[in-house]
Design a protein around this ligand. Structure first.
Ligand SMILES: Nc1ncnc2c1ncn2[C@@H]1O[C@H](COP(=O)(O)OP(=O)(O)O)[C@@H](O)[C@H]1O
Ligand SMILES: Nc1ccn([C@@H]2O[C@H](COP(=O)(O)OP(=O)(O)O)[C@@H](O)[C@H]2O)c(=O)n1
Length: 210
């Protein structure tokens, strides 16, 4: 079976595989740390395509797919959807999009996500952008987010924090041990956080950041 990289290459080059590289940056951090907010800024300034695992899962619920009810129940409980489902959605989104630079936001959220993405796609992240923020601040932000999300209530928020501490932080530690984590102080105002984000991306691109 071909990897996403192969498939993207085939799409781009009419079935002649080349070594054209797909760049993936994982964007991680607790619920409400500002991942989505900063991804929008990165897209605008650095030409990446933003893929939010949570948004893809919510779209899958809306589409009436056979997995919809299962996904909805998992999200309501703050649990992590099996990687098989999430990886398929990410792969499909990458293939449908012509870009070769992706921000994958909110994924991998546990060891199962991480290991399966790597084995199924053959893709390793260029680096991991990690938004570090206190629970107190994240809780405040989530309760104010006001997007009608079924999981932005205090009961589910507490469950998501627990899952984050127990399952997601170890993934960040794994990448940290490989020297791949770029840690950002996400407790600052949005513009300050983006200054720090720019300092990570600017050296990697010839596109001038405004
Ligand atoms: N640096 C920040 N300071 C204050 N509020 C923020 C900041 N970054 C994001 N927010 C707000 O906090 C909420 C959660 O941000 P969001 O980007 O959706 O987080 P995540 O994608 O990590 O869950 C949103 O309402 C957003 O507008
Ligand atoms: N890789 C992922 C990402 C999200 N999710 C689910 O989607 C929910 C919302 O994730 P999200 O990334 O959109 O939002 P935040 O919790 O970061 O604010 C999570 O609590 C999980 O239930 C998942 O199961 N697997």
């Amino acid at each position: 079976m071909g990897t996403v990289v192969d498939a993207v290459n085939k799409e781009a080059n009419g079935s002649v595989p080349t070594d054209k590289k797909v760049t993936v940056v994982f964007v991680l951090g607790g619920p409400g740390s500002g991942k989505g907010t900063q991804c929008a800024n990165i897209v605008e300034h650095f030409g990446y395509t933003h893929l939010s695992a949570g948004d893809l899962l919510r779209a899958e619920i809306k589409s009436g797919s056979e997995n919809g009810t299962m996904i909805q129940n998992m999200i309501k409980e703050g649990k992590i959807v099996p990687s098989e489902v999430t990886i398929k959605l990410l792969q499909r989104a990458m293939l449908e999009n012509g870009n070769d630079k992706f921000l994958i936001d909110g994924f991998p959220r546990n060891e199962e996500n991480r290991a399966n993405f790597e084995s199924v796609t053959g893709i390793e992240p260029e680096f991991v952008l990690f938004f570090d923020c206190s629970e107190e601040e994240m809780e405040k932000r989530l309760l104010n987010r006001n997007q009608g999300r079924e999981d932005d209530n205090i009961e589910t928020i507490r469950k998501r924090f627990k899952v984050y501490m127990e399952s997601s932080l170890p993934v960040i530690e794994y990448y940290n041990s490989k020297g791949k984590v770029r840690k950002i102080d996400a407790a600052q105002p949005i513009e300050k956080v983006f200054e720090a984000v720019k300092a990570v991306f600017s050296p990697l691109t010839d596109k001038v950041a405004a």
